[in-house]
Ligand binder design. Structure first.
Ligand code: ATP
Ligand code: MG
Length: 226
């Protein structure tokens, strides 16, 4: 069997006295789309941030593309995140003082690509996600849906083997949301990657091969979808 792109084993996480995740074991294979669902506050975004290496693992192991994130320093975790993880967060998270084009180009710029080449790639991805705005616009000049599209372009630009998408279509109308999901899933799976998709929306979760439902920070059940 192929090595999992993402493997969490026995992962627990607390914010002070709030235990957000409890002993979560979950893996996503190459070519697989897994949906993580569950009520507000059940730990979905916490799981995404640990999988992305945005937060340090407290208990358990998080392995991304063969690297145990607990065993590397902050700089190496950041490098893995730039090269191996496309991260699309719940609230867009664009850099406020960078024009939209540079926001999208950022993973390549930080990874040492020539600026002109990175910006040309960014313009291509802005076209593919269907975002037709002035490339010099700042994030504050975009609508919520436009910011979400720009964040999606940024998540895809480096061709990451693992795409983590936390409520990726929450600010979009149904048609744009469906088109964006087609692009996110199609691009990643065609390249042999894996998608972890977080959503409250059953129509979004239904696009996955498998649904993992969290309750109170623990896996309540897993369902194979087809
Ligand atoms: N930075 C933080 N500091 C303290 N507590 C936090 C923090 N982030 C999350 N929590 C708590 O951890 C728990 C899980 O939060 P999390 O954001 O992972 O839930 P979620 O499933 O993504 O919810 P939603 O569906 O509303 O996005 C909640 O009880 C939340 O209040
Ligand atoms: Mg969340």
């Amino acid at each position: 069997m192929n090595q999992a792109t993402l493997a969490l084993s026995g992962v627990s996480h607390s914010y002070g006295r709030t235990q957000a995740l409890r002993d979560v074991t979950l893996s996503v294979a190459p070519g697989e789309v897994v949906a993580v669902t569950g009520p507000s506050g059940c730990g979905k975004s916490t799981l995404v941030m640990l999988a992305a290496g945005v937060m340090r693992t407290q208990t358990g192991r998080v392995v991304v593309a063969g690297t145990d994130l607990g065993g590397v320093d902050d700089a190496e975790r950041a490098r893995i995140r730039r090269r191996s993880v496309g991260l699309l967060l719940q609230f867009g998270q664009l850099v406020p003082d960078l024009p939209v084009l540079d926001n999208v180009a950022l993973p390549l710029l930080l990874d040492g690509h020539a600026p002109a080449e990175a910006r040309a790639a960014a313009a291509g991805w802005l076209g593919r996600v269907g975002l037709d705005v002035d490339h010099t616009a700042l994030p504050s000049q975009l609508s919520g849906g436009q910011a979400q599209l720009a964040a999606a372009a940024r998540a895809l630009i480096a061709g990451p083997p693992l795409l983590l998408a936390d409520e990726p279509t929450a600010s979009l109308d149904q048609t744009s949301g469906r088109a964006l999901l087609d692009l996110l899933i199609g691009t990643t799976i065609q390249a042999g990657g894996s998608v972890l998709l977080v959503s409250h929306d059953n129509a979004v979760a239904a696009r996955a091969d498998r649904e993992v439902r969290l309750r109170g920070g623990a896996i309540a059940h897993e369902v194979a979808l087809s």
